[in-house]
Design a protein around this ligand. Sequence first.
Ligand code: MN
Length: 192
Amino acid sequence: MRVSLPDLPYDYNALEPVISREIMELHHKKHHQSYVDGANRALEKLERYRKGEVDIDVRAVLRDLSFHLNGHELHSLFWNIMRPPRENNSPDGKINTLILSEYPSVQAFQREFSETAKSVEGSGWAVAILYNRSIQILTVEKHNLMHVANSKVILAIDVWEHAYYLQYRNNRSLYVDNWWKLVNWDYVNRSI
Ligand code: MN
């Protein structure tokens, strides 16, 4: 099995002014590509190991595979759940119902998600998962240290510095607040 870099569903400049073309291009072509390559390297090692062609440190290779494959999956989702910026970009439909079954208001959900994203230590993500038909917010350290079995990630914001630093410098908070204008709630609704 091999994975490949998906095309973005829009142009590199489509998310401006919230996320610059320069960030999008580097993020997709360099960072996401490196997770695809890393996952494929680990998959190839495992394949050769199974055929008896090489000896490997299984634990190290599986650690690599977990990091890169989750990096690949989270980035693929991240591109899809964004679209060109809109003011007053509120969730509607199924996601709205889901949020309101767990939170007193959409604002309360967004506040908790933003707070989670702003407080991630080092490199990671804030995600919302669908678990047991309810929505929950979690932190992901790096790309992979989070797993809740039998859950599905439906919303994710990348707060690694490579996602915002060129444009926002150390102001992660402003990046997170602006990011809500990009959320493609139609895509999120189709995924749940
Ligand atoms: Mn990233």
